[in-house]
Design a binder for this molecule. Sequence first.
Ligand SMILES: [Zn+2]
Length: 110
Amino acid sequence: MCQLKFWLDAVNGYVAQCVHCGLYQVAYGTSLLTFTELQLQQFTTEIMQLATIGCPGGQEHVKAIILPTPEFGYQVILCHKELLELDKLLQNAQVEITTGALLALISNPD
Ligand SMILES: [Zn+2]
């Protein structure tokens, strides 16, 4: 049974990590995705790259952005506005995770 530590808990979603198995959970909209640390880094980078491309055709409410997930046969579809929200969520979580890792290093130098 996973026990979650929340790195970021926002109105539209959260990023949490299980204190037992170390897996990360990303909740956004109606989706709940589970990642290893490496998969989360890759996902965060992919979202950041997609977000910097800009909005195709200026239609920010059209569901046109399909995200790959680790699960076969399951994809997440977002509009541009949601993509930007998810990007912000993941970036903010990354800051918290990095800060947490640094604090852990300082308090346990060995
Ligand atoms: Zn777990």
